[in-house]
Design a protein around this ligand. Sequence first.
Ligand code: PGA
Length: 257
Amino acid sequence: MRPIIIANWKMNLSPSVSVDLTEEMLRAIKDKDLEKTDVVLAPSFSALALVAQEVKKEEISLGVQDVFWEERGAFTGCESPKFLREAGCRYAIVGHSERRQNLGETDEMVHLKLKAALANGLTPILCVGETYDERREGQTGNVLLRQVNSALQGVNFLPHEHLVIAYEPVWVIGTGQAVETHEAEEAFRIIWQQVVDNVPLSIARSNVRIIYGGSVDASNAIDFMALEHFAGFLVGTSSLRAKEFAQIVELMQKYGA
Ligand code: PGA
């Protein structure tokens, strides 16, 4: 399966700066062979339309950082998966820990968002991961099990539908210090087991990618690439630097999944 690298810009960039960074990124990865890797930019909502214009004719896809579970109606401030698809999005991040923590998103909400994304032709990027306290209490496995299972339970994947699951240990996000690779590998193994329990094996093998996120940069990315089940990265801070992001893309093409 082609590896995937997603730039999660969070709420860091204004629309005009998002356009500048997109242009810089396009220049930086121009000579990279994108046949081999899926590259996704996930700007904030206010920048989506502008970035969509920039990447329209490029081999880069547009992602959104969140999506609502209804397609239309009286839901002030929510974003419809149907409209986002029409606006050019191909991927939707669901269940990022910053939304689970700051906005009280529950496993049930994440499940509904994942289903709504799929139903509207968006590939969900499901984020899962334990907090520092959960890890200290030895709960990592249980947390991953619960988050993946509740997101996928009862979802009937069709052969053309894809899924990305990002293992993001909450306690390393934005710290500059990634998790130890053996911990990521163990998490991938647990996640993969839940995937095959919920998704037909043939679809799981060809359409489900498990990736790592949490302080990925050009100096540590390579450490993850040989891990079993590894299929890419969700990159926050380092995706705000075009050259560094392009370097990670390049490393992935050389040594990646
Ligand atoms: P980070 O963010 O790379 O800055 O740790 C990753 C994420 O939250 O998706």
